[in-house]
Design a protein around this ligand. Structure first.
Ligand code: NDP
Length: 297
């Protein structure tokens, strides 16, 4: 173990494999469902804290990876909250795909307590988290970025300082909005092609050798839809949340977003129909059932 004292809060689908890369440090973990933290602690030799306060006490770096900024902010206050444990000089890295405005608010509050903050959302999925090859987009001042870099580099292979606090979350939201639009477009197009008598695999092979190819067509649909496996690694509800954040970023900057508005509505409908645990690719299931086809091959 190195001497660095690190705390990680939020051992979900992506948080747990990220935290596993920090186990060589003196790592303390906290999770709302304690059994998950205990299983992680046993597997990786990490200490398990009973409360966010206990996790933060004595930590030089605290990382959070929760569904939204709302849950992050809720963890900060109260007698058992992070602020009650964090000391002056600590570094707070929020790896949640969060909300830029909420992060600016939180950074200002933490600064009043002598705590530095960076938003550091990640991209690369659970596979990238396991491999330690995530792309991490950091919103922070230069000094905070320099402090954050060595710890983020344990979890990612591309650590990019993209601007001031909030800009990491803004970039992540726009990235995921592009993913959402693409899933919908690929799903619609393939449903129509299958109905028109083209085999889904053939259609994808041609698209992937042509100008319409994308990460969705090259990787996600072949691995998850054509196989009928539909693994649950990134919840559709979280992608819908990301589209909502991107729409707010467009509103705040005065940019019209008819495409993202429609994607938000369609993902909202998919979430209402498919529920909170469906995977993001399962939006295509809905299109399949509406079109009366299966995209397999
Ligand atoms: P999960 O739903 O798998 O896990 C959520 C985590 O947050 C769990 O540890 C859960 O605890 C905890 N949590 C939920 N609600 C609360 C609450 N009210 N108070 C305290 N803790 C809470 O999400 P992911 O790990 O997939 O995602 C986490 C973040 O990372 C999200 O912002 C997501 O958008 C982003 N992300 C996810 C990716 C992925 O591939 N999964 C890829 C890139 C970014 P409990 O165990 O008790 O449920």
């Amino acid at each position: 173990m190195s001497g660095r004292r690190v705390a990680f809060l939020g051992l979900g689908a992506i948080g747990a494999p990220m935290a596993a890369h920090l186990a060589a440090d003196t790592l303390t973990v906290w999770n709302r469902t304690r059994a998950r933290a205990e299983a992680f602690g046993r597997a990786h030799g990490a200490r398990v804290a009973a409360t966010p306060r206990e996790a933060a006490a004595g930590a030089e770096v605290v990382l959070t990876c929760l569904p939204t900024s709302r849950e992050v902010e809720a963890l900060v206050d109260g007698p058992d909250g992070l602020l009650a444990g964090l000391g002056r000089g600590a570094l707070f890295l929020d790896c949640t795909s969060g909300d830029p405005a909420a992060s600016r608010r939180l950074a200002a509050r933490l600064a009043g307590h002598g705590i530095a903050f960076a938003d550091a959302p990640v991209s690369g999925g659970t596979n990238g988290a396991e491999a330690g090859t995530l792309a991490i987009m950091v919103g922070a001042d230069g000094e905070t970025f320099a402090r954050a870099h060595p710890i983020l580099a344990l979890m990612g292979s591309r650590i990019e300082h993209v601007g001031p606090v909030g800009s990491g979350h803004a970039l992540k939201a726009v990235n995921n909005a592009l993913l959402a639009v693409n899933i919908l477009a690929v799903g619609e197009g393939l449903a129509a092609l299958v109905k028109a008598g083209v085999q889904a695999r053939t259609a994808l092979e041609v698209i992937n050798a042509s100008s319409g190819r994308s990460f969705v067509s090259e990787t996600l649909v072949p691995e998850r839809v054509l196989t009928g496996l539909w693994p649950r690694t990134f919840r559709l509800a979280l992608l819908e949340k990301d589209v909502g954040i991107a729409r707010r970023v467009l509103q705040e900057t005065g940019v019209d977003g008819p495409l993202l508005d429609l994607a938000g509505e369609l993902f909202g409908r998919a979430r209402a129909t498919l529920g909170e645990s469906a995977d993001h690719l399962e939006a295509i299931r809905l299109m399949e059932s509406e079109a009366g086809v299966e995209i397999r091959g």
